[in-house]
Design a protein around this ligand. Sequence first.
Ligand code: ADP
Ligand code: GLC
Length: 488
Amino acid sequence: MAKGYNVLFVTSEVFPYSKTGGLADVSNSLPQALNSLGNEVRIISPKYGQLDERRLQIHEIKRLKDLSLKMNGIETKFSIKSSFIHGKNTKAQIYLLENLDFFKNKGIYQNIKTKQDFSNNDERYLFFCKAVLEILEILQWKPDVIHCNDWQTGLIPAFIKTIYKDNPYIRDIKTVFTIHNLAYQGIFPKTSFAKTGMPDEVFEAGSHNGKFSYMKTALAYADKITTVSEKYAEEIRTDKEYSEGMEDILDKRKKDLSGILNGIDYSVWNPEVDKLIDYRFTSQEIPLKWENKRELLSHFKIDYNEDTPLIGVISRLVAQKGFDLIEEALPQLMKENVHMIILGQGDEKYQKFLKAIEKKYKDKLAIVIGFDEVLAHKIEASSDMFLMPSKYEPCGLNQMYSLRYGTVPVVRNTGGLADTIIDYKKPNGNGFLFNKYSTKEFLDTIKTALNLYEDKDKWNKILRNGMSLDFSWKVSAKKYTGLYKTLV
Ligand code: ADP
Ligand code: GLC
């Protein structure tokens, strides 16, 4: 095996300790995949709220207890605890940063009751970035690369190149910054920048419309930038619809910017081994998939009917995911011969709309507002189709999960959806694509899928084409290792 690299993988969420979306899954599975290639990747993330330390096997590390750092002139205490993430034959160590000033609440980015972003998110993630660098020497483990993810980790590259530039332990560490979602930028007033203690040139590089962007700062200072699909890498660099005002800096960095598609952890998201579903099945046992559907529908008191397709949605309820289209399309869609289950939480306006329309169509539509990992697996296993009409989609994991569960994706042709879904008209087609962000195109495409569903042979071909694909991490983990190699 080739010599591996020491990599510290810095992330604001990791399943099963914290999760709002796909970043948590990626932060769990990519480090393990990298480790099985001979790298030594350790993860570091905040420890939010009151985790069940016994169940999650989180341990104290004596050396990393009662540490402190100074931020904006104020001393803050913290400890680092340790745990391991395990796969079938893989694992990765995770450091969980415990601090009562910033991470005692259960919410990750928002107050779970008011759904407002924490007003001190600037300080919470400034503190996180600083703590990551401050503990390195105490750890006595030196990473070759710090792999940062999204704006919450965005100050690390700039810190290394400014405040820590003469620190012998830190100065030659390289950075990779992965954009999981360019739209969440971590933009704060200039007064937030002052708290970082970094020189003014960093504000100049990272400012956006007069404010300070953690994301842009990372784009300016990271040694390499990646995002989570090739298509999204192109979209954000060349198309104002996707670039969030970052097109200039991304174009400037284009030789350091690449797209590496996310993978899937098939020890977790795989109907053959999934312990969270009622009936496990392979592509040769599709009738068992229908048994899952029967169970799930009966749970929601919807009558099972072999000829009525079940449409699933699992999503953050935000504009990114195309909920304006779903809102407009639902009344029409409810006139068709369909059953539908939507699981999600997010913007109040979508939650209200969904609960209201559910009342009208109780016999065919079930809405679950909340975050429910078990139900997410059951919906993947039971549905015939899965909708992702995203406005933009850096990668998207749910369409890849759907493919493996024989749940045919109906998606907008953008970002990672475009890189993974092949239109049904093609010989190896695995799903349904539409181009324009319009309710009409979306509805027409669903109707095409509903028509095809009636032709069992054709439908099963599309479903099997999807189930046979391999989106495991192998290929992508090799690409990341190759990227580290160019740096070290
Ligand atoms: P994003 O990260 O933009 O939300 P992805 O498709 O990459 O989109 O990943 C979403 C992940 O979050 C999937 O694992 C999905 O199952 C999960 N998820 C989203 N909303 C919920 C929910 N309400 N309950 C359970 N899981 C959810
Ligand atoms: C972001 C994106 C999603 C991607 C996930 C993991 O949340 O919205 O498309 O799959 O990150 O990279």
